[in-house]
Write a new protein. Structure first.
Length: 184
C-alpha cells in the first residue's frame, strides 16, 4: 500500500531540491496529485498474478497460443521514468489454457511497479509456468525507455528487446522459430 503522507513530503522536498517554489499555484496540488497517481502506477505490488492465471480451461489441443502486442506502461527503477511498449506472450498448453485477457492482466501486475525490463520479462514467464503449468512459455518485450530518449544518448524511437524462455522453449529451437513466424 502506498503511504500518501510520505510521498507528499518527498515530492515537496524534491521540488525544493530542484529549485522550485512549492507554494506557487501550479505546484500547490502536485504532491497530492502524485500521491494519488502512485496508487495506480505502483498498484501491481499489491496484486498477485495467480488471481488471473489460476482460472484455467481444459483443452485437447496443445498448439502454441500467442497473444501479441499487449501494450504496457512501466517505470524504470534506476531513474523512476517510464518505459513502455509491447509484450508478446506464447505458451504451449499442457491441457489447460487461460482467457486471453488474463495474459494482459498478468503483464499489468508486474508492469505497475518499479521495474527493469529484463526482470519484467522473466517474471511474466515465471508466473505463467508457476500458475498455468504449460509445457513451455516465451515472453518477448519491446520497449522505449524515457531515461534513454529524454536524456543521455537521446535516441528517440530506439527500443530495447528482451526475451525469456521457459520449459520446452529452452530446448526446442523450432518452437522459437514458430513464435517469430507467428509474430510477423
Ligand atoms: Zn532508466
Amino acid at each position: 500500500m502506498t503511504d500518501h503522507e510520505k510521498i507528499k513530503q518527498a515530492v515537496r522536498l524534491f521540488l525544493e531540491g530542484i529549485g522550485e517554489d512549492v507554494s506557487r499555484e501550479g505546484l500547490r496540488e502536485t504532491p497530492e496529485r502524485i500521491a494519488r497517481m502512485c496508487e495506480e502506477l505502483y498498484g501491481g505490488m499489491d496484486q498477485d498474478a495467480s488471481a488471473h492465471l489460476a482460472k484455467t480451461f481444459n483443452v485437447e489441443s496443445s498448439g502454441m497460443v500467442i497473444e501479441k502486442d499487449i501494450t504496457f506502461y512501466s517505470t524504470c527503477e534506476h531513474h523512476i521514468l517510464p518505459f513502455y511498449g509491447k509484450a508478446h506472450i506464447a505458451y504451449i498448453p499442457d491441457g489447460k489454457v487461460v482467457g486471453l485477457s488474463k495474459l494482459a492482466r498478468t503483464v499489468e501486475v508486474y508492469a505497475r511497479r518499479l521495474q527493469l525490463q529484463e526482470q519484467l520479462t522473466g517474471q511474466i514467464a515465471d508466473a505463467l509456468m508457476k500458475y498455468m503449468q504449460p509445457k513451455g512459455a516465451l515472453v518477448m518485450i519491446e520497449a522505449e525507455h524515457m531515461c534513454m530518449t529524454m536524456r543521455g544518448i537521446k535516441k528517440p524511437g530506439s527500443r530495447t528487446v528482451t526475451l525469456a524462455k521457459r520449459g520446452v522453449f529452452e530446448t526446442d529451437p523450432a518452437l522459437e522459430e514458430q513464435f517469430f513466424r507467428m509474430l510477423r
